[in-house]
Design a binder for this molecule. Structure first.
Ligand code: C2E
Ligand code: MG
Ligand code: MG
Ligand code: MG
Length: 278
C-alpha cells in the first residue's frame, strides 16, 4: 500500500508540474508577441500632495490584454518577462509610452507634477538603460526632470560600476528615483543617500493595516522620520479610506496614492479626472 501511495503521489506531482511548465511556456510565447501585436497598454494612477491636494505625480502601470481578450496583471507576467528577458523591450516601450502620454496631457493644458515609471532590477543592470531613458524623453519631448523612476530596494542593493554611471547620468538630467514598496526589502540605510532619490513609497501592506494594527502607526511614523531625515518626501501607497488618510496626515506623510482618490485609469479617463481636479 505504501508503494501505491508513493506512486500516486509521484504521478500527481508529475501531472501538476507538467501543467505548470506548460502554462509557463505558453505565457512566455504570448509575452514575446505582446508588443508586436499591440496588446500592451498603460493605466495611470495619481499621487496626491497632502499639503495642497495637488497632483504630485502620475504613475504608469502596465496592462496586458491578450488577443483572446484575457486581461493579465503585472504580478503574473512581470516575473516571467524578467526571467525570459522580454522585460527589456517591454520596459523601453513603457518609458516611451508614459512620456508620450504625459506630453499629450501637458499639451492639453492639464496640470500635474511628474510622470513615474516602474523599472525592473534587470533594466537597471543594463548598461544602455540610462541612454534609453534620455532618448525616450528627447523623442517624446518630455523634460527629464519631470520623470521619476520607481525601483525596489532589492534593485538598489547590488552596487556596481554600471549602477554608479547610470545614477550619475540621472543626476545630471534631474531624473529622480522613488523607492517602491519601501519596508518590504532590506535597505542598507547607509547607502540611501548615494542615490538621486525623491521619495520613499511605504508599501501598501503597512498602510492597509494602519487603522487596525497599532504598531503600524509607529512603523509609518518611523519611515516618515527616516525619509525626512534624508530630505525625501514620503508617499503612502494603497490608501483606501478617509480614516487611513487622516492617520497618515497625523504622521506627517507628504503624499498619498490609492483607491480613495482613484483606481488606475486609462489615459483618456485620466485626462478627464485631471480636468475635474481644478
Ligand atoms: P506598484 O508599483 O507598487 O504599484 C501599485 C499597485 O497597487 C498597482 O497594482 C495598483 O493598481 C495597486 N493599487 C493602487 N492603489 C491601491 C489601493 O488603494 N488598494 C489596492 N488593493 N491596490 C492598489 P498593479 O497595477 O497590478 O501593479 C503591480 C506591480 O507590478 C506594481 O506595484 C509594480 O511593481 C509592477 N509593475 C506595474 N507596471 C510595471 C511596469 O511597467 N514595469 C515594471 N517593471 N513593473 C511594473
Ligand atoms: Mg510603483
Ligand atoms: Mg508601490
Ligand atoms: Mg506595492
Amino acid at each position: 500500500a505504501a508503494k501505491d501511495a508513493g506512486r500516486n503521489t509521484f504521478q500527481f506531482y508529475n501531472a501538476s508540474f507538467y501543467e505548470r511548465v506548460q502554462r509557463r511556456v505558453t505565457l512566455e510565447q504570448e509575452l514575446r508577441q505582446a508588443l508586436a501585436r499591440d496588446e500592451l497598454h498603460l493605466a495611470f494612477q495619481p499621487t496626491i500632495s497632502m499639503k495642497d491636494n495637488a497632483v504630485a505625480c502620475i504613475e504608469a502601470l502596465l496592462r496586458w490584454t491578450t488577443t483572446a481578450g484575457e486581461a493579465r496583471f503585472p504580478a503574473e507576467f512581470i516575473p516571467v518577462a524578467e526571467d525570459c528577458g522580454e522585460i527589456l523591450p517591454i520596459g523601453r516601450w513603457v518609458l516611451g509610452e508614459a512620456c508620450r502620454q504625459a506630453r499629450q496631457w501637458h499639451e492639453a493644458g492639464l496640470v500635474f507634477g511628474r510622470i513615474a515609471v516602474n523599472v525592473s532590477a534587470l533594466q537597471l543592470r543594463d548598461p544602455e538603460f540610462a541612454n534609453h531613458v534620455i532618448e525616450a524623453c528627447e523623442r517624446e519631448q518630455w523634460p527629464t526632470d519631470r520623470l521619476v523612476l520607481e525601483l525596489t530596494e532589492s534593485a538598489l542593493m547590488r552596487e556596481s560600476e554600471v549602477l554608479r554611471n547610470t545614477f550619475a547620468v540621472f543626476k545630471a538630467h534631474g531624473i529622480t528615483l522613488s523607492i517602491d514598496d519601501f519596508g518590504t526589502g532590506f535597505s542598507n540605510l547607509g547607502y540611501l543617500h548615494r542615490f538621486p532619490l525623491r521619495n520613499l513609497k511605504i508599501d501598501r501592506s503597512f498602510i492597509s493595516r494602519m487603522d487596525t494594527a497599532p504598531n503600524m502607526l509607529e512603523l509609518t511614523h518611523a519611515v516618515v522620520s527616516l525619509g525626512h531625515a534624508l530630505g525625501l518626501s514620503v508617499v503612502a501607497e494603497g490608501v483606501e479610506t478617509e480614516n487611513v488618510l487622516q492617520l497618515l496626515r497625523q504622521q506627517g506623510c507628504d503624499e498619498a496614492q490609492g483607491y480613495l482618490f482613484t483606481r488606475p485609469l486609462a489615459g483618456e479617463d485620466m485626462a478627464t479626472w485631471l480636468a475635474a481636479q481644478g
